[in-house]
Design a binder for this molecule. Structure first.
Ligand SMILES: C[S@@+](CC[C@H](N)C(=O)[O-])C[C@H]1O[C@@H](n2cnc3c(N)ncnc32)[C@H](O)[C@@H]1O
Length: 262
């Protein structure tokens, strides 16, 4: 894992572990918010019948717990692959194997035995790989899959080039290199990394608030004021954001991509 990827994580370590469940309006521990992704994963699993499902950047194991409760028939082995020991420390759900490992170091043998079918799941991880790392993320996912196996991932995604450009300005101002694409760019990125996109659907947005970001990334007031100005300059107040002088709040949007390794 590169220094930049690690930096994106160390910046928010105070948010990992026990605190993660209540972060961002409890988005990451809310079954209703997770349902479209869980539904997509259940459909993919009923199609592909995997022996193992690995959740890449699975955090506290919440998603795999939701999936496990709803899987029909024989439960595949469920593996939570995450680079944060703090996140994995709270992943003590029965039937989920934690694996402390960066996706970039992950080898297929660590999650699937010879002859086993693998399926990958991921939510809100791709943007951690920054502007230069998007292809690296997708290529690393593709590298652990065999032809025909499925990936179901929920990636942050902004509907128009203008919105994506705005978010890509905002995050570096908070000291983190996170990167966001439009739906068209997201599909093209999968396809050029050997992942044929089978479907794209919307997921519920996260309620992004400046107060949460200020806590997560230790932002001072002047920085938040500058962020407000960037949002206004890009017309984000016409894309569902409420922007004041010193605070803002708006939808952080996602798409769920189901793709097949080709
Ligand atoms: C926004 S959180 C999402 C957690 C979980 N997927 C969920 O939806 O609740 C991103 C997670 O990705 C993990 N992560 C970031 N970079 C990673 C990498 N290179 N390899 C594995 N996990 C990574 C972080 O530690 C964090 O737990």
């Amino acid at each position: 894992m590169s220094g930049e990827d690690l930096d994106n994580i160390t910046k928010e370590l105070r948010f990992h572990g026990g605190k993660w469940a209540t972060a961002h309006g409890s988005y990451f521990s809310d079954p209703a918010k997770a349902w479209p992704l869980v539904d997509s994963a259940l459909r993919a699993a009923s199609l592909a019948r995997p022996d193992v499902i690995a959740d890449i950047g699975g955090g506290t194991g919440f998603l795999l717990g939701e999936l496990r409760a709803r899987l029909d028939g024989a439960t595949p082995r469920l593996v939570n692959v995450d680079v944060s020991p703090q996140q994995l420390a709270v992943c003590q759900r029965r039937g989920i194997d934690p694996l402390l490992c960066s996706l970039l170091d992950l080898r297929r043998e660590a999650v699937a035995a010879e002859g086993q079918r693998l399926m990958l799941l991921s939510r809100s991880v791709m943007h951690y790989f920054g502007r230069e790392g998007q292809d690296r993320f997708l290529a690393a996912l593709r590298a652990v899959l065999r032809e025909g196996e499925l990936l179901v991932q929920q990636a942050a995604c902004f509907a128009t080039p203008g919105e994506a450009r705005c978010m890509n300005l905002l995050y570096p101002m908070m000291g983190v290199d996170k990167f966001y694409m439009t739906p068209e760019e997201l599909v093209a990125a999968h396809e050029r990394n050997g992942l044929e996109v089978l479907s794209v659907r919307r997921a519920p947005p996260l309620d992004l608030r400046s107060s949460d970001l200020a806590e997560r990334y230790a932002l001072d007031e002047a920085t938040v004021e500058r962020l407000c100005q960037i949002l206004l300059d890009h017309g984000m107040d016409r894309s569902g954001f409420a922007v004041g002088d010193r605070r803002f709040r708006g939808p952080f949007t996602y798409r769920i991509v189901t793709a097949r390794a080709v």
